[in-house]
Design a protein around this ligand. Structure first.
Ligand code: AN0
Ligand code: CP
Length: 354
């Protein structure tokens, strides 16, 4: 795998999920792959989970790791070509990127959307420069429009928490492609999505926030759920918050949050700023702060004993109430734990392709 940005990059999801389950059982199994290989993580924005889980995954694979926080200690970088650099930026990305590439074998990039210029953000301008000029395989650690490591971890978490009890799973004869390919490759079968338990209803819900946040997390979540075998994806948000159609795909959009929640097996909450799809002038703005969208126990009572998910960091009592995030149905911690697993699969694939 030469880059990891979109769901297609990982190939068939059944194989990727089976590999994730295999690595989860023995996370040091592929430690030989990373010997004398160096991962460089470049952060243009803050992070807790991505920083820690990616480093852990790389260490599990025997890699060396270099972390650079661009805004804390490096020269301030110019990203636009053609500007006269007489301001506060001392170095241009066009030199910095190939230099970074000299010191490593694989590069991970975190570079959020600026949320002022939709075209610039949706062209993934910074990420594309890394791909073009670093000479190294590059993966997204949340870029302007996508956060695939998160979406892959979310898929693993849904897979693990969906369906009947473990004993019923063993006896299930309704084996789908996930399990069959896993069995073929002699890997312990994960529970098949869309198997004995039917199709999980997964609801991506917008929730209010005090800051303008990117669309990367909901974009990737929608993209991965659409690609997953037999997931019934419903997206709910206030009018005007329509995500880019390339990510919405065939998902159902339901503007009535209560209707969307009815019968849901998984509630995936996230704030995003206005994607500027219906009104380009609204791009990156907060055009709704309706607190009735905050996920509370009443919201969860509309679901099918649904599990609560959020990628974290989360602002309590804006996105979700204390009661819901602390409830036994909250998956936020296992979800974060699976970031180590999703990243391990990605780095393993990249190391194999070096
Ligand atoms: C970021 C976002 O919404 O994209 C990162 C989430 C993983 N969140 C914040 O900036 C609070
Ligand atoms: N979920 C996630 O990516 O968290 P961080 O922003 O802390 O890395």
């Amino acid at each position: 795998m030469k880059s990891f940005i979109n769901v297609e990059d990982i190939g068939p999801l059944d194989k990727a999920l089976a590999e994730a389950m295999e690595i989860k059982q023995d996370r040091y199994k592929y430690q030989h792959l990373g010997k004398n290989k160096t991962l460089m993580m470049i952060f243009f924005n803050n992070s807790l989970r991505t920083r820690l889980s990616t480093q852990k995954a790389a260490m599990n694979l025997g890699m060396n790791v270099i972390v650079l926080d661009v805004n804390a200690g490096a020269w301030k970088l110019e990203t636009e070509r053609g500007v006269i650099m007489d301001g506060d930026k001392s170095e241009h990305l066009l030199e910095a990127i190939p230099v970074m590439g000299c010191y490593c074998d694989i590069i991970g990039v975190r570079s959020f959307a600026g949320l002022t210029d939709r075209e610039y953000d949706y062209a993934e301008t910074v990420l594309q420069q890394f791909i073009r000029y670093s000479g190294r395989p590059v993966f997204a650690m949340e870029t302007a429009t996508v956060h695939p490591l998160q979406a892959f971890a979310d898929l693993i978490t849904i897979e693990e928490n969906w369906g009947p009890t473990p004993s019923q799973r063993e006896g299930s004869s309704n084996v789908t492609s996930v399990a069959s390919s896993a069995l073929e490759s002699n890997i312990k079968a994960p529970f098949p999505l869309g198997g004995a338990g039917g199709r999980p209803k997964v609801v991506l819900t917008w929730a209010p926030h005090c800051r303008a946040l990117p669309q990367a997390v909901p974009n990737s979540f929608a993209q991965w759920m659409n690609a997953a075998p037999d997931v019934d994806l419903v997206i709910t948000h206030p009018k005007g918050y329509e995500l880019d159609p390339q990510f919405v795909g065939n998902a159902r959009v339901e503007y009535d949050q209560r209707k969307a929640f009815e019968g849901a097996d998984f509630i995936y909450a996230k704030n995003w700023s206005n994607p500027g799809v219906t009104n380009p002038a609204d791009y990156g703005k907060i055009t709704c702060d309706d607190r009735s969208w905050t996920v509370d126990t009443e919201h969860m009572s509309w679901t099918n004993n649904g599990k609560f998910m959020h990628c974290l960091p989360v602002r309590r009592n804006l996105i979700v109430t204390d009661d819901v995030i602390e409830s036994p149905n909250s998956l936020v911690i296992p979800e974060a734990a699976n970031r180590e697993i999703s990243c391990s699969v990605v780095l393993k694939r990249m190391l194999e392709a070096l």
